[in-house]
Design a protein around this ligand. Structure first.
Ligand SMILES: *[C@@H]1O[C@H](CO)[C@@H](O)[C@H](O)[C@H]1NC(C)=O
Ligand SMILES: *[C@@H]1O[C@H](CO)[C@@H](O)[C@H](O)[C@H]1NC(C)=O
Ligand SMILES: *[C@@H]1O[C@H](CO)[C@@H](O)[C@H](O)[C@H]1NC(C)=O
Ligand SMILES: *[C@@H]1O[C@H](CO)[C@@H](O)[C@H](O)[C@H]1NC(C)=O
Length: 411
């Protein structure tokens, strides 16, 4: 009996020990991860589990960290990959439950490094609440008030403060804005709520896969995750839980542990494909561990509930407090729609035919809502990338970022 238990324990523990002492952490083929110590296409990627400053230094040796304070008191870190006499200044803004790491998370072929090598002065933004934006002049992340923000505040305050700061620091003309997913959503909020100022400061807004009114994207993961956030928000006075996806929180720690020891890494592709669009051969196997080691950055539950409201009501609108409080906050029973028609600066929309999260039909509606002079550069409809493939797909450069570089060249 005891012998059997020991034998079973050993069978479980041996592979674990084996994986833990193996310095190889990346392979260019999903099946090779099963034999990570022996496969000739496996290697050690130093970026896995490393922090953002070390990663940027390793690949560019040109990092600066800046801090900017928003009008309503949040302190955000901006990472700059500096370039002297640049071709232009680019400001990248990440998606939901994420942070600036997403742009440097493709090893030496990272999006940020691609633009930096092409001659741009690259700035990486961070939303309030994420791993690099946990300070406020009065509140601490342990206070409920710290997390009292929706998409509106991120677009209206965070982006404005970041853009103005970059403009003053570089004094190099107008800035190019690149927003992905929620970074694209909040970009549209910023451009519509501050039309004159954004026109003054930005040369062009590249809006990759924004999530807006979900008129057609009715079958995405929002349907399953969002109702939960609604319940969490309802009881947060009692639970004290105001935020979601803490980088060092237990759920993400467990997920990383599971991922580290689960050898059949292609499960990740199926999981992500179900949530974000069925493209099972697109995600690059080289990034399976890199992606998971850096995934997750805290955001307010209110942001998730805000997405859920837009999803349920099919309106790209401000946060809905309910009729009575809406009257008090907005002066109307329903929250206002973000005034896309007021945008003045050129917007270049990018979306994919295979993304069920930022669905192409939803984006066509947004595109058609924009004033004609705003869409003067047209749009880019990408083929075969889902909502995570913009960052981790094998064809992301060929189908997306190289095209953006070419567009910027032609401006
Ligand atoms: C890592 O993989 C290589 C093959 O690319 C292999 O030669 C090496 O022994 C592996 N290293 C470890 C520590 O498993
Ligand atoms: C990253 O780690 C280095 C030490 O390896 C440390 O000096 C640096 O402050 C860390 N950066 C961040 C953003 O935590
Ligand atoms: C990244 O590094 C690998 C291995 O050293 C090399 O083969 C590849 O060309 C590099 N890619 C870029 C874009 O520099
Ligand atoms: C959150 O912010 C809204 C609008 O800015 C305000 O009306 C509300 O009272 C705040 N709620 C809390 C709990 O601070």
């Amino acid at each position: 009996m005891v012998f059997k238990i020991v034998l079973h324990l050993l069978l479980v523990l041996l592979p674990l020990i084996f994986v833990s002492f193996n310095s190889n952490n990346s392979c260019s083929n999903y099946l090779s991860y099963l034999f990570i110590s022996f496969s000739s296409d496996c290697y050690h990627n130093p970026d896995v589990n490393d922090n953002i400053t070390n990663i940027i230094q390793r690949h560019t040796n040109s990092l600066e960290t800046h801090q900017v304070q928003t009008e309503d008191g949040y302190i955000l870190n901006l990472f700059r990959i500096r370039r002297e006499n640049p071709r232009g200044v680019i400001f990248f803004q990440h998606g939901v439950i994420d942070d600036a790491r997403c742009w440097v998370n493709q090893y030496n072929d990272s999006v940020a490094f691609l633009f930096w090598r092409a001659g741009y002065d690259v700035w990486l933004g961070n939303n309030r609440g994420n791993l690099y934006a946990k300070k406020h002049v009065t509140w601490k992340p342990s206070d409920g008030e710290f997390w009292n923000y929706s998409l509106l505040e991120v677009g209206y305050y965070d982006l404005d403060a970041s853009v103005e700061y970059i403009k003053t620091t570089t004094s190099d003309g107008k800035i190019i804005y690149v927003g992905l997913s929620m970074g694209a959503t909040t970009g549209l909020i910023y451009a519509s709520m501050r039309p004159a100022k954004s026109f003054e400061s930005l040369q062009i807004m590249i809006s990759i896969a924004p999530c807006t009114h979900f008129m057609y994207a009715t079958d995405s993961i929002v349907k399953y995750i969002a109702p939960l956030s609604d319940i969490m928000q309802r009881y947060n006075k009692y639970t004290g839980i105001y935020s979601f996806a803490r980088n060092d929180g237990l759920p993400l720690k467990f997920f990383r542990l599971f991922h580290q020891f689960f050898p059949f890494k292609k499960y990740l592709v199926y999981l992500l494909s179900v949530c974000f669009g069925w493209t099972p051969d697109e995600m690059d196997p080289n990034y399976a561990n890199l992606m998971v080691s850096h995934y997750g950055s805290e955001t307010s539950i209110k942001i998730i509930v805000h997405f859920y409201q837009m999803y349920c009501q099919h309106r790209f609108q401000a946060y809905d407090y309910g009729e009575v409080k809406n009257m008090e906050v907005y002066g109307s029973k329903r929250p206002f729609l973000f005034p896309l028609k007021k945008i003045k600066l050129p917007v270049y929309m990018v979306y994919s035919d295979s993304d069920i999260f930022s669905y192409y039909k939803d984006n066509e509606v947004v595109y058609n809502d924009l004033p004609e002079e705003v869409t003067m550069y047209g749009k880019l409809v990408v083929k075969g990338l889902n909502h995570v493939d913009y960052l981790y797909g094998k064809h992301r450069n060929q189908r997306l970022f190289n095209k953006i570089l070419r567009l910027l060249d032609s401006l």
